[in-house]
Design a protein around this ligand. Structure first.
Ligand SMILES: Nc1ncnc2c1ncn2[C@@H]1O[C@H](COP(=O)(O)OP(=O)(O)OP(=O)(O)O)[C@@H](O)[C@H]1O
Length: 364
């Protein structure tokens, strides 16, 4: 396993007692505010010392209470990306980027300056000062600085939270590239289901200082018992290939045997995509719909029905596109005569699939 974490840490009235193992890739720590995400990431960074346990990343032991081992933060070779970019205001972008490298021996520099500048499109910014950058550009520089430290591990603590939606959309693809191209393990803290769906290889759900679930994003986000941020964030994560760009501004995706139409995605035909459909954006019909404006109809079979505490119910469907989850009222479920095995049609408006829900690459 890439991550092997089993630690206990008391902080005032709060106790973190977290245990998880995760494979290579981008591991998201997903939890509500106050669940202990920052405490966990700070313990991995060596900024907080656990009372018990051990932390291992790949073959490097960072902390082992039993062996009295606690590697100093600067020796952990971390790239830390914070919510705010924390650039040095008096240094140019170039010097901010080079800052992370200053303590490295040449042999330790596994990442090339020019490659990172190219990957994050930083070339035109190099001679500017942070005060002359947009929030998104500043965060891109902060990501570059973290990567240029040739880290063994990247830690990202809600790196998109302080950005508005256009800026988030600008940064998300860079995290996908880092995940897919650099091969550095990433521990990424968020409370956003959209970021989980787009970025996670593995999701670790944290609730009140404890790990309640570990799984793939499709599995975690489809289950109301696993999603810590509430039923509104329950949904499905599907995989599809971009097959056609249409002249009217829609992109056509092929998911299993289903053709789906979404607002234009600026990627080349053939690209493998991952996208999320929120359960409350799905309508169910027990007949093939006619005379509807919605473009996306996914035929399937009811796999499970879970009634909520209120009037709602979550209906999971197996479809050729994957597991699709719909949130409907219990009244509708009764009116449609839904039971396990019933054939139904899931209907999704194209515009319900928001741009931040659509990501590139990665098997789910
Ligand atoms: N220095 C401290 N002393 C006492 N309690 C603390 C300290 N720092 C954090 N806490 C408490 O520990 C708990 C977990 O905090 P933490 O910042 O890890 O949560 P989080 O999941 O990152 O939240 P958020 O998403 O709001 O940043 C909270 O209840 C917080 O009040």
């Amino acid at each position: 396993m890439t991550f092997d974490v089993d630690i206990g840490l008391r902080q005032g009235n709060f106790t973190l007692d977290a245990q998880f193992a995760a494979p290579a890739g981008l591991t998201v720590v997903f939890g509500r505010s106050g669940s202990g995400k920052t405490t966990l990431i700070n313990a991995v960074a060596g900024l907080l010392q656990p009372d018990r346990g051990r932390i291992q990343v790949n073959d490097v032991l960072l902390f082992d209470a039993g062996a009295k081992l606690n590697l100093a933060t600067r020796k952990r070779r971390l790239g830390y990306i914070f919510q705010d970019s924390r650039l040095f205001p008096h240094l140019t972008v170039r010097r901010n980027l080079l800052y992370g490298r200053r303590t490295l021996w040449a042999a330790e520099q596994t990442v090339r300056f020019d490659d990172i500048v190219e990957m994050l499109a930083l070339g035109p910014l190099l001679s500017r000062h942070p005060s002359h950058l947009s929030g998104g550009e500043r965060q891109r520089v902060a990501i570059g600085r973290a990567l240029l430290a040739s880290p063994r591990l990247v830690l990202a603590d809600e790196p998109l939270t302080s950005l508005d939606m256009p800026r988030k959309l600008e940064i998300l693809p860079y995290f996908e590239r880092i995940r897919d191209e650099l091969g550095v393990p990433i521990l990424y803290v968020t409370h956003s289901a959209a970021e989980v769906a787009r970025l996670a290889t593995t999701v670790v759900v944290l609730d009140k200082g404890r790990v309640t679930q570990i799984g793939a994003p499709a599995e975690v986000l489809a289950d109301p018992n696993m999603v810590p941020t509430g039923v509104r964030n329950v949904g499905s994560v599907l995989q599809a290939r971009l097959v056609k760009q249409h002249a009217d501004g829609l992109s056509e995706l092929q998911a299993g045997e289903v053709a789906l139409f979404v607002p234009r995605i600026e990627k080349s035909v053939g690209t493998l995509m991952r996208f999320r459909i929120a359960a409350h954006d799905v309508i169910l019909s027990n007949q093939p719909p006619v005379g509807l404006s919605a473009l996306n109809v996914i035929p399937g079979e009811v796999a499970s029905i879970r009634a909520g505490e209120g009037p709602g119910a979550l209906i999971s469907l197996t479809t050729s596109a994957g597991l699709v989850v719909a949130r409907v009222t219990q009244r509708s479920a009764i009116r449609l005569n839904l039971a396990v095995g019933t054939r139904v049609y899931a209907i999704v408006k194209s515009v319900a699939i928001a741009p931040d829900d659509i990501g590139g690459g990665l098997e789910i």
